[in-house]
Design a binder for this molecule. Structure first.
Ligand SMILES: *[C@@H]1O[C@H](CO)[C@@H](O)[C@H](O)[C@H]1NC(C)=O
Ligand SMILES: *[C@@H]1O[C@H](CO)[C@@H](O)[C@H](O)[C@H]1NC(C)=O
Ligand SMILES: *[C@@H]1O[C@H](CO)[C@@H](O)[C@H](O)[C@H]1NC(C)=O
Ligand SMILES: *[C@@H]1O[C@H](CO)[C@@H](O)[C@H](O)[C@H]1NC(C)=O
Ligand SMILES: *[C@@H]1O[C@H](CO)[C@@H](O)[C@H](O)[C@H]1NC(C)=O
Ligand SMILES: *[C@@H]1O[C@H](CO)[C@@H](O)[C@H](O)[C@H]1NC(C)=O
Ligand SMILES: *[C@@H]1O[C@H](CO)[C@@H](O)[C@H](O)[C@H]1NC(C)=O
Length: 642
């Protein structure tokens, strides 16, 4: 760490060498000295050691300080916490409060105290009156609080205002609109509330406007289209309402528009011609309440690369003009009410990598021309009105496809053997909620790259084939609600072998016909499982001590089985448990007092067993309602029997 800091300082010296310090070896202007000393006094920890060396009166020589070589006045405070170089990024921390006396440095042009993590305090309310020359104010990535002062509007030379990732609050002052020189306004991830002032449309030099992750309400300013220099617009994750102003389509220079995660209503505006937004590459309108159709004119946005219109209330067919978006790599239309067939022009999207259309009302058949989508890696058509019967042959021949989601597509019959011979090794396969029948085939074990397999809610029967032990990459296995049977003993031998590769994180075998015991649970070497659901089966025998070895397990559901014997005290070793459901089994004996160690437990259900005795007194066990313990042989707590 020490040598890193030295190197850091060397880099800093190089960076600041640009500003000449020649003619200013002497004593600094008294106001500058006073301001800097007050600033230093407010900082109680600076792990870069830069401020500790601020000694004497020649403040222009100090680390991070630059002066005007004629007037000798301080023009820059440059102490960013984060420096990226070709070699490695360095992070310096500074803790303390920014002194309001910083306004004594009346010739300041640049203040960069960004990314220091630990700076608190407020932006001095008189900043606009005292620092008329300020061009850049960068305080992002700290804990600055309070409002953005009204006087900010007086900083007519301000080009960059980056206060993102702090704890600022209050309304955005209307006179922000006076900052005619402003090129970058970044206030994201604060707690600003109220409306975005209309005056913001007067910032005609603005190239980047980032107000995401705040609590802003009201409409998007109607004249937003006046921001003719704007390249990036991010207003996402606020509570903005009203329509998307049609003027937005006049943003000639814009390449990024993110309006997602708000409460916007109305229709997507019309895009008049192919040249209207020639640079728009990234568009997110997802998670709003937009209605109407996707306008045919959408096809004019010919530079679009990534688009999400997901989770709105869009209806009608997907316009065939979408095929004109030849640069498109990602398209998310899931969670709408889109209907009709997928247009055959979809096949013209030759750059397409991700296509998500799930949860709409799209009908079949799928256009076979889609066979030409050479770059498609992920396809999600789940939960539509597709009646595929079988997975189309061309689909399993797509050269790049490795993530397939076809839940509820009315696919029938056995798991098609074509799945083992796809050109790209399968990584994710979801054929849940179909009409699959027969057994899970032995060849499933040849899908060695498979990370997630969801065959839940089908009519699969028989045992899980032993070849699943070969699925070394498996992280998620969901086979719930089938008619699978046989011994789980084997499944857990399997499960312990999974962990030699990537660790299995989630296992759902609930609502099947599995029998026998689970003595092998937790016997794997380095189990990192988080979720186990074996409920609604016919599992017998006891819960073994080894279950306590599942230290990362957050939820365990063994409800509705035939497990018996006492609850193992060592279950309390599974200290990450948040959800524990053992309802409707035949467990006997007392609740082990060790269960008081399950400090993270938020949900507990021990009802309908044969448990008896006193419920161990203390948290978390006293937090749960009576229902968590009801239907047992005789459980009581200190205040009386249940
Ligand atoms: C003084 O600073 C200006 C602007 O930074 C620079 O152009 C000029 O060369 C400097 N003069 C001297 C003598 O260093
Ligand atoms: C949305 O903004 C809130 C703060 O207003 C933040 O806590 C949350 O993480 C943000 N969500 C996302 C997805 O960025
Ligand atoms: C789906 O297709 C099958 C076979 O073509 C047909 O029997 C069935 O009625 C169709 N179901 C629906 C909901 O259209
Ligand atoms: C598997 O599919 C079912 C039904 O489509 C769904 O409810 C479940 O969340 C999926 N499982 C996982 C692990 O994503
Ligand atoms: C376990 O599966 C059952 C049946 O599939 C389901 O009802 C239950 O909610 C699941 N438990 C947890 C903790 O998710
Ligand atoms: C499930 O198991 C029960 C008891 O073992 C058996 O009676 C039943 O026939 C099985 N059902 C199916 C669909 O395999
Ligand atoms: C259970 O945890 C205790 C310490 O919390 C440890 O000493 C013991 O070895 C653990 N037992 C098992 C079986 O993991």
């Amino acid at each position: 760490m020490g040598s890193e800091i030295l190197w850091f300082l060397a880099v800093l010296a190089l960076i600041t060498a640009g500003e000449s310090k020649k003619s200013v070896g002497g004593t600094c202007h008294p106001n500058d000295l006073k301001g800097l000393r007050s600033f230093k006094a407010g900082i109680h920890s600076d792990d870069s050691g830069r401020i500790n060396k601020w000694i004497g009166n020649s403040c222009c020589e100090w680390d991070g300080i630059s002066c005007n070589n004629i007037t000798g006045r301080v023009t820059q405070i440059n102490l960013p916490g984060f420096i990226t170089t070709d070699d490695a990024p360095l992070q310096a921390y500074m803790y303390g409060s920014i002194s309001p006396s910083i306004t004594l440095l009346s010739n300041l042009e640049v203040v960069d105290l960004s990314g220091l993590v630990g700076l608190t305090g407020k932006i001095p309310s008189s900043i606009g009156f005292h620092l008329p020359g300020l061009r850049k104010l960068s305080l992002w990535g700290n804990h600055i609080e309070g409002p953005l002062p009204e006087s900010i509007g007086k900083l007519s030379k301000l080009e960059e205002l980056c206060l993102n990732e702090n704890s600022l609050s209050g309304f955005l002052p209307a006179n922000l609109g006076n900052l005619k020189a402003l090129r970058r306004l970044d206030l994201h991830s604060n707690r600003f509330s109220g409306a975005i002032p209309e005056s913001i449309a007067k910032l005609t030099s603005l190239e980047s406007l980032s107000l995401q992750n705040n609590l802003l309400t009201g409409d998007i300013p109607g004249k937003i289209g006046d921001l003719q220099a704007l390249k990036e617009l991010d207003l996402s994750n606020n509570s903005l309402t009203g329509k998307i102003p049609s003027s937005i389509t006049k943003l000639k220079a814009v390449s990024i528009i993110y309006l997602n995660d708000n409460q916007l209503v109305g229709e997507i505006p019309t895009f008049l011609g192919p040249d209207q937004m020639p640079c728009l590459g990234f568009l997110r309108l997802n998670n709003n309440r937009l209605t109407g159709r996707i306008p045919y004119s959408f096809g004019h946005l010919s530079s679009l690369q990534r688009v999400s219109l997901a989770n709105n209330e869009l209806e009608g067919p997907i316009p065939s003009s979408l095929g004109d978006l030849r640069s498109l790599t990602e398209l998310y239309l899931n969670g709408n009410k889109l209907s009709g067939r997928l247009p055959s022009s979809t096949s013209l999207l030759s750059q397409l990598i991700m296509l998500t259309l799930s949860n709409n009302m799209i009908e079949g058949p799928l256009p076979h021309q889609m066979a030409s989508l050479r770059n498609l890696q992920m396809l999600d058509l789940s939960f539509n009105r597709l009646n595929l019967s079988t997975i189309p042959k061309w689909l399993l021949k797509l050269p790049s496809l490795s993530r397939i989601y076809l839940a509820d597509c009315k696919i029938q019959g056995e798991l098609p053997e074509d799945l083992r011979a796809t050109p790209s090794a399968l990584q994710e396969l979801d054929l849940s909620a179909n009409h699959l029948s027969g057994k899970i085939p032995e060849w499933i074990g040849s899908l060695t790259e498979l990370y997630s397999l969801n065959l839940s809610v089908n009519f699969l029967a028989g045992e899980i084939p032993s070849s699943v032990t070969k699925l070394a990459s498996l992280g998620v296995l969901d086979l719930h609600s089938n008619k699978l049977s046989g011994s789980l003993q084997r499944v857990f031998q399997v499960e312990s072998r999974f962990t030699t590769g990537r660790s299995l994180a989630s296992l759902d075998l609930s609502d099947n016909n599995f029998t026998s015991g689970i003595e092998q649970i937790g016997m794997g070497s380095q189990l990192e499982i988080q979720h186990i659901n074996l409920s609604h089966n016919f599992i017998e025998g006891r819960l073994p001590d080894s279950i306590g070895r599942l230290e990362t397990m957050k939820s365990l559901d063994l409800s509705c089985n035939n497990l018996d014997s006492a609850l193992p005290p060592l279950l309390a070793n599974a200290s990450s448990l948040e959800t524990l459901k053992l309802r409707k089994n035949h467990f006997t004996g007392k609740i082990p007092s060790e269960f008081l160690k399950l400090r993270k437990l938020k949900e507990l259900d021990l009802s309908d067993n044969f448990l008896e005795g006193k419920i161990p007194f203390g948290r978390p066990l006293i937090n749960f309602p009576r229902g968590s313990y009801s239907g047992n042989k005789g459980l009581w707590c200190t205040s009386g029997s249940l």
